[in-house]
Design a protein around this ligand. Structure first.
Ligand SMILES: Cc1ncc(COP(=O)(O)O)c(C=O)c1O
Length: 418
């Protein structure tokens, strides 16, 4: 003890300014919000029965836990040498084969395991893409609004993030082209277009096929890589969304990011990049983490090959459709004079416009009523953008809470408009 005290008194760290040692990347970025962290440690309410409509988390009362346990037990009993080893750059081949075959059935693609790179969710995929393709000063275009975690990640790689307004059927290709031309005229290098075409976060909308085709054309003419985030693609209520950018282009100029977080469980931290070999090569070249857990890959392979992942996704589609309609009914019943909301065709979110009062006041007042949800402005790069929205995630809360949420939000409106 005495020795260590002596040593610690000789160490200089207390007088050193740690900021002077930080990378420029770290200095340039602020701490993310709870949504970006994926977890709220403390709810901003003292309400005894809070209703949390904040993060995009699946309903954890219906997870296929028995299948996950069985998959893990099988892997440890029969494949410990592989399942408990490092995953490597691509990840466990059996799982990648199962994913490729499943995607080919869904998308009509002709993927093999070589087109699949296992990752730490869709966010791990994005970080890998940024690491391989983005240099400080490059430009990445995002939809406005967009998923806040992605915007932070791009800023973290010291790229400039330019927003293009998102409408009900997607971004306006003409506006997109004008922005690209303007950036080129300024001598900037536009490297990436990050898009969430299916059941967008936060807007819940779907980009039309026509817009996908036009954007593909513009991006290919300007050598802009499309980073297609398909986190919610499978969670359609009735009809599936149009063909993916990846399927439409056979992967030429498109890297698709997929995730098991929203169709299965966020805690698995599993997702995959779908890419042509010429993209997969540089992506794996800059991978220094020795892969993600093959044990999880084995469990996922078991779920896919048993057919139980498909059954689970099918059940989630109808459960989330029901929850979505309960939430909307409750909002329309209690809050119709104050809000505008459209019914999404899938996904996790409602993008609600405040017709009266300010969304920022509503979020605070609603927290006092015990309903927690994020303000729309967190999904814009320019937080001063003129919008008056808030986002509600309806997948995780109980049906009883969803029914009650509208009533509590109405009380919050009454308080701010008093
Ligand atoms: C559009 C989108 N992409 C990516 C993510 C990150 O998910 P994960 O890394 O768990 O796959 C989220 C999480 O909310 C999201 O909404």
């Amino acid at each position: 003890m005495e020795i260590s005290n002596n040593l610690s008194s000789k160490l200089q760290w207390e007088s050193i300014d740690l900021n002077s040692l930080l990378s420029k990347r770290t200095r340039n970025i602020s701490k993310g919000n709870d949504t970006d962290a994926g977890r709220m440690w403390r709810l901003p309410t003292d309400h005894p029965d809070p209703i949390v409509l904040a993060g995009g988390i699946p309903d954890d009362t219906v997870l296929p836990t028995a299948d996950l346990i069985q998959g893990i037990v099988n892997a440890v009993e029969n494949h410990a040498d592989d399942a408990l080893n490092y995953g490597g750059w691509f990840g466990y081949e059996g799982c990648r084969n199962a994913i490729a075959t499943r995607q080919n059935n869904i998308e009509g693609t002709s993927l093999t395991a070589n087109n699949i790179i296992m990752h730490n969710g869709s966010s791990g995929c994005l970080e890998n893409i940024l690491k391989a393709f983005i240099e400080p000063g490059d430009v990445a275009i995002v939809e406005s609004p967009s998923y806040s975690g992605t915007v932070r990640a791009i800023l973290g790689y010291q790229a400039e993030v330019i927003e293009v307004p998102m409408h009900k059927t997607g971004v306006d290709p003409e506006a997109f082209k004008t922005i690209v031309n303007g950036l080129h005229a300024e001598g900037k290098r536009v490297k990436l277009f990050y898009t969430i075409p299916d059941f967008h976060n936060p807007m819940g909308n779907v980009t039309s096929l026509e817009i996908r085709e036009k954007i593909l054309q513009i991006c290919s003419e300007n050598q802009i890589i499309i980073a297609e985030d398909a986190a919610y693609t499978e969670l359609h209520f009735e009809n599936p969304p149009p063909s993916s950018y990846y399927a439409l282009s056979d992967g030429h100029g498109v890297i698709k990011m997929c995730s098991f977080s929203k169709i299965l469980a966020t805690g698995l931290r599993a997702g995959w990049i779908q890419a042509r070999p010429e993209f997969a090569e540089p992506l794996t070249r800059v991978r220094f983490d020795m892969g993600t857990s093959p044990l999880v890959h084995y469990a996922i392979e078991y779920l896919i090959n048993s057919g139980n992942l498909d059954k689970h996704v099918e059940n989630m589609r109808s459960l989330y459709q029901e929850k979505c309609s309960i939430m909307i009914d409750s909002l329309r019943h209690y809050c119709s004079p104050y809000i505008k909301v459209e019914t999404p065709e899938g996904g996790y979110f409602l993008w609600v416009e405040c017709l009266e009062g300010k969304a920022i006041d509503l979020v605070t007042a609603a927290a006092k009523e015990g309903v927690i949800f994020p303000l729309g402005s967190v999904f814009f790069v320019d937080k001063t953008t003129n919008n008056n929205h808030f986002r509600l995630a309806y997948t995780r809360e109980s049906k009883e809470h969803l029914k009650d949420a509208g009533k509590r939000i109405r009380s919050a409106f009454e308080k701010i408009l008093d």
